[in-house]
Design a binder for this molecule. Sequence first.
Ligand code: A2P
Length: 342
Amino acid sequence: MSKKSLRVAVCGATGAVGREMLKVLEQRDFPATEVVPFASSRSAGSSVPFKDAELTVRELKEDSFQGFDLALFSAGGGTSLKFAPLAAKAGCVVVDNSSAWRMDPEVPLVVPEVNPDHLERHKGIIANPNCSTIQMVVALKPIHDEAKIKRIVVSTYQAVSGTGHKAIVELETQVRRLFNGQDVVPDVYPYQIAFNCLPQIDVFLDNGYTKEEMKMVNETIKIMGDDSIRVTATTVRVPVFYGHSEAVNIETEEKLTAEECRLLLAKAPGVTVVDYPEKKAYPMAVHAAGEDDVFVGRIREDESIDKGLNLWIVADNIRKGAALNAVQIAEELLRRDLVRVP
Ligand code: A2P
């Protein structure tokens, strides 16, 4: 960590992820000499809590990045497309939480426990993967290294906080209205989310999958750096505030027993195994919320094939799935002396 001054911009600081980024920077005592929150003109002049102070939110503009070393973005894809290159041009390294840059071959897509070396070739912008992908690859990378994963079949149960602050308010409002015998009018989601499950996250593509499902397919391959892995996904929005859950089935080249898998994951970075069926102990969103680790349980051998496993993977989508992963990337950049645009 050779930098004497380290000025950090948090872009989208009033949103669900932006606020969490500020919290994570504070909790991990990130060595910034200054942290400045940015958002749209709508919230310029408002304040966000950071350490013992309230920071005044500034409007994000073309010339905002002068003098900044690092920018953490979570302000939507359009904002990232426009502002991330301007930041990089001004010498400010961007860690972007949107999907805008993830599949750009010039942009590393990084989960620090999985592919930190990809940071070495950054050109100013680093992408933070999709929340569902992050928690899955943290759990699957050690298994892939040990037994080589051939195929992944994943179904997700995703919390509304992944859609942002407005979606959290929508679920709260719908629950309250339904309990009071009132109608609900969906706004953020196409249908009622309270007491319902929506098998659509993001828009449908020509192949019949949703954009979220194809993110899981394509991002997993890019992060793992292995295009021989076959991936298929069904992503579902559920009426949970915080914490994504995933039922994951894998087929491996080498046989791995459930017990071997448990032992392997128990020593994997960023993973906590919670797998005691006799005590009804397994990972759950309500326990994962607010935590940093990826929780894995319900580890079973898939009895329908020779070499397969079923796992239940849960993590806080706003922390490990977004804000924490972004800050961990920033920490890894510092450790490697890579907070500079080449
Ligand atoms: P604002 O509060 O001013 O709208 P979420 O994902 O929770 O909805 O949060 C989105 C974040 O992105 C908010 O901080 C929001 O700011 C910010 N944002 C949205 N559009 C822009 C923009 N054009 N420029 C800067 N920040 C933006």
